[in-house]
Design a protein around this ligand. Structure first.
Ligand code: KDG
Ligand code: MG
Length: 402
């Protein structure tokens, strides 16, 4: 089964998405997501100018060989742009293989391990009262797990506290906007939020929180300790993880479960975190870390060390990634949770899909492949629009530097 065409489609139905469509000489095609928030065109060019010329004519069934060819053949390994491009090819090829087999993708991975995939959504508010009310809305929708973020008193805006309620889009300007950060103000406000949430709703639902890489290990240890009475499902990205051993200090001071990894591009970014049991959940995701082929290796390594998966699933990961992730989640033995922020109606129209939300769980359909397509005519109606993620400064103007 030869690859005869590979096309990059850039569309902006509410936000930018980069999609790869690979077509074979047997008429089957597969779809992969190549979206890297704020750097979309770099991946589009990497695919278009450097990978697609080497892809045409190859046997679409040789997923592993093609992965190794692009990973090792580049000479320049890892990095989010390259690994996102490889992921797009990999997911499109798995889609083709599953379509050729006439099976939903989870069957090829090893079959169903669970009935549904537990997801969490984001509750955001300008202050604690608003966030508590937003958590209540997610509970009413049937969610079993909810991430809670709140504005910080004294700071005009805070990354991760989105104005949209069901979507999550931090890329908010055609040049990077600037947020202010104060660690002391943040550390004072977060425990109060979770104390109020537990007083209001009790302990039945899982609560999560994301620090967006803002603390040093000892500050993260303080936060983790102060949140222990509220029994979080996880505390995410408390510390940036370029220095993997930095997590030792954090880990050894708190029993709050730790999640990290949405910005990682490969197994080498998390092998120490996993093998030293410094984390509980690995968030590295299909689109940014080399696709299903590479994520399978990460998940298997994690399983050896009692680490569960918790894939990134904000709105900037396209429905194609969500579909592929849900098949992976339906199979993977050491599944933990899946993040799920919804897409706009325009996005859902451009990417028809067969997964659906049911009482706190996402469920995949049985369409052969990963169950997500792209409507190219609709995609063409939404041209690319430049958008950047914001940057952070301290209150004295210092560029935030962890
Ligand atoms: O593109 C960046 C977002 O996806 C990121 O800010 C989302 O931190 C995030 C999360 O946990 O969903
Ligand atoms: Mg996050």
């Amino acid at each position: 089964m030869k690859i005869i065409d590979a096309k990059v489609i850039v569309t902006c139905p509410g936000r930018n998405f980069v999609t790869l469509k690979i077509t074979t000489d047997q008429g089957l095609y597969g779809i992969g997501d190549a979206t890297l928030n704020g750097r979309e065109l770099a991946v589009a060019s990497y695919l278009q100018d450097h990978l697609i010329p080497c892809l045409i004519g190859r046997d679409a069934s040789q997923i592993e060989d093609i992965w190794q060819f692009f990973y090792r053949g580049a000479y320049w390994r890892r990095g989010p742009v390259g690994m996102t491009a490889i992921a797009a090819i990999d997911v499109a090829l798995w889609d083709i293989k599953a379509k050729a087999a006439g099976m939903p993708l989870y069957q090829l991975l090893g079959g169903r391990s669970r009935d549904g995939v537990m997801v969490y959504g984001h509750a955001n508010g300008r202050d604690i009262a608003e966030t508590v009310a937003e958590v209540g809305k997610y509970i009413e929708l049937g969610y079993k797990a909810i991430r809670a973020q709140t504005g910080i008193p004294g700071l005009a805006s805070t990354y991760g506290v989105s104005k949209d309620k069901m979507y999550y889009e931090p890329a908010d300007n055609d040049l990077p906007s600037e947020n202010l950060w104060s660690t002391s103000k943040y550390l004072n406000s977060v425990p109060k939020l979770f104390e109020t949430l537990r007083d209001t709703y009790g302990y039945e639902h899982h609560l999560l929180h994301d620090t967006h890489h803002r603390l040093t290990p000892i500050e993260a240890a303080q936060l983790g300790k102060s949140l222990e009475p509220y029994k979080l499902f996880w505390l995410e990205d408390a510390v940036p993880a370029e220095l993997q051993e930095g997590f030792r200090l954090f880990r050894h001071h708190t029993t709050t479960p730790i999640a990290v990894g949405e910005v990682f591009a490969s197994i080498h970014d998390c092998q120490q975190l996993i093998s030293e049991q410094l984390i509980d959940y690995i968030r590295t995701t299909i689109v940014h870390a080399g696709g299903i082929t590479h994520l399978r290796r990460i998940a298997h390594l994690a399983e050896l060390y009692h680490v569960r998966t918790g894939f990134h699933g904000a709105t900037d990961l396209s429905p194609v990634t969500m579909g592929a992730a849900l098949h992976f989640d339906t199979w993977v033995p050491n599944f933990g949770i899946q993040e799920y922020m919804r897409h706009t109606d325009e996005t859902d129209e451009v990417f028809p899909h067969d997964y659906h939300f049911d009482n706190g769980y996402l469920k995949v359909g049985d369409t052969p492949g990963h169950g997500v397509d792209i409507d190219e005519a609709k995609a063409a109606k939404y041209p690319y629009k430049r958008a950047y993620l914001p940057v952070n400064r301290l209150e004295d103007g210092t560029m935030f530097n962890w």
